[in-house]
Design a protein. Structure first.
Lengths: 199, 267
């Protein structure tokens, strides 16, 4: 197996995750932590076992080879890597997800996720003004309000579930925002966000 | 062949040529005084602007044209009124600014930290920003968060553009609250849009996914992707990012300000 990152990609690390821009496809991809770990090792030198070990070392273990293959499949689907493998080694994504559905729950693996969108074009940017424009005068009778003084702390439920793995093969997309087109379909956003501290 | 512009101005980091009347130029400069109280005059020998606005007579009426190769190959009519010219210029500045990255986003400051609300047109940014400022937040912008190279959010404090049934109403921000004079450190990024009957129930968004959402609202995503990805990653890396649809604006404002009070920004 040989997996090599495409040349010319623009890679930005965001905490333990990665944002990648593919200039030729004019697309951006978000890689969660486990996908980012595999992506980092796509240098043509590391094999699947080494990638699996890296996932283990990062706390995703005991990771299975299927998780690595899923990451590679996701990365290849987004054209972020060039993947050369013997056909017999490569299971389809559906089969990988099926295998990981039970195994991932037992192993508490955060499944690799790659989400990809097209870059918004310059010509499509901005909002056209309304055809009728009101006079550009300020509101006349508005008094500035002082800051709120009584604030009730809000309990926040992270979508990320660092300690909870999917219990079944994912089937739906985790509530993306408009125009986000995930290339895969896990049920949760599995990337731990230890730096997002909510009191 | 493009004619050289009569005058060149630098506004919010964008170098723009104008071949319009002195009266119109003065009106344009006044319209952008919120971001450039005294627009820098650029000598033609010092810069060739990538974008030029000019006027022409067309069918017995005067109209403005934009010549911007980043958007269209041919000069594009932008309208016959100063308001339309100013509207178009705002996006041009966002697209051509070289010192900051513009993100389609409302932005306010609360407790010294910027709250950024990315979203395209009709996402309800202005309505939410209006309510936040009336609740005591400091106004940065209802349309563009300007991300500086050092990761701060700079003001683009244009008049708020509030939609009405027959058009829009412009509101001077100083009439409803305080306007930021300086950039602020980011604190909270809220991915939200109005949905009837929705209740604002924010959930933390993983960093790369949040950066992708910010990138999706970055004006220069296509023309300067390296700057766009870097700015998106830097913003998200220094803020907590949450997402939820929203319904009632008053409830949403309270929840956002509560969040801004309670979050601890990653370092």
């Amino acid at each position: 197996m040989a997996a090599t990152r495409r040349e010319g990609l623009i890679v930005q690390e965001v905490h333990d995750e990665v944002l990648v821009f593919h200039p030729e496809r004019n697309e951006a991809s978000a890689l969660n932590q486990s996908a980012a770990i595999v992506f980092e090792l796509c240098d043509g030198e590391h094999d699947v076992d080494e990638m699996r070990a890296a996932l283990d070392d990062a706390g995703f273990g005991p990771a299975s080879v299927d998780a690595v293959w899923l990451a590679l499949d996701e990365l290849a689907a987004a054209d972020l890597i060039d993947l050369t493998i013997p056909p017999v080694e490569h299971m389809g994504r559906r089969e990988l997800l099926k295998n990981l559905g039970v195994g991932a729950a037992a192993a508490a693996i955060a499944l690799p996720v790659v989400e990809t969108i097209g870059a918004p074009s310059a010509s499509a940017q901005g909002s056209r003004p309304s055809t009728t424009v009101a006079p550009t005068t300020a509101a006349t009778t508005i008094v500035p309000t002082t800051a709120a003084t009584t604030i009730v702390p809000t309990t926040l439920a992270p979508t990320s579930a660092p300690t909870t793995a999917p219990t079944a093969a994912p089937t739906t997309v985790p509530t993306p925002f408009p125009t986000v087109t995930p290339t895969t379909a896990p049920t949760t956003a599995p990337t731990p966000s230890p730096t997002f501290v909510v009191l | 062949m493009r004619r050289p512009p009569t005058v060149i101005r630098s506004i919010a980091g964008a170098t723009i040529g104008f071949d319009i009347s002195d009266e119109h130029l003065a009106a344009v400069e006044a319209a952008f005084s919120f971001v450039a109280p005294t627009p820098e005059v650029v000598a033609p020998s010092d810069a060739t602007p990538a974008i030029v606005y000019r006027h022409e007579w067309f069918r017995d009426a005067m109209r403005f044209l934009r010549d911007d190769p980043l958007r269209t190959e041919e000069p594009t009519p932008v309208g016959t009124t100063l308001d339309l010219l100013v509207d178009d210029l705002q996006l041009s500045i966002a697209l051509h600014a070289r010192d900051t990255v513009f993100v389609h986003a409302g932005a306010v400051v609360w407790n010294g930290r910027a709250i950024v609300l990315p979203g395209r047109s009709r996402a309800g940014k202005s309505t939410l920003v209006d309510a936040l400022v009336r609740a005591g937040a400091t106004y940065l912008s209802d349309e563009y968060a300007r991300l500086t190279p050092d990761g701060q959010v700079a003001p683009f404090a244009r008049p708020l553009h509030l939609r009405t049934v027959d058009g829009r109403r412009l509101v001077e921000p100083t009439s409803i609250g305080v306007v930021a004079a300086e950039p602020a450190e980011p604190g909270l990024v809220v991915l939200t849009r109005y949905e009837a009957d929705a209740r604002f129930a924010p959930e933390v968004v993983a960093p790369a996914r949040a950066a992708l959402a910010v990138f999706d609202n970055t004006v220069v995503a296509e023309v300067a992707p390296e700057a766009a990805t870097e700015a998106a990653a830097r913003l998200v890396g220094r803020a907590v990012c949450v997402r939820s649809p929203r319904g009632d604006v008053a409830d949403t404002v309270r929840a956002i300000l509560d969040l801004a009070e309670t979050i601890e920004v990653p370092v």
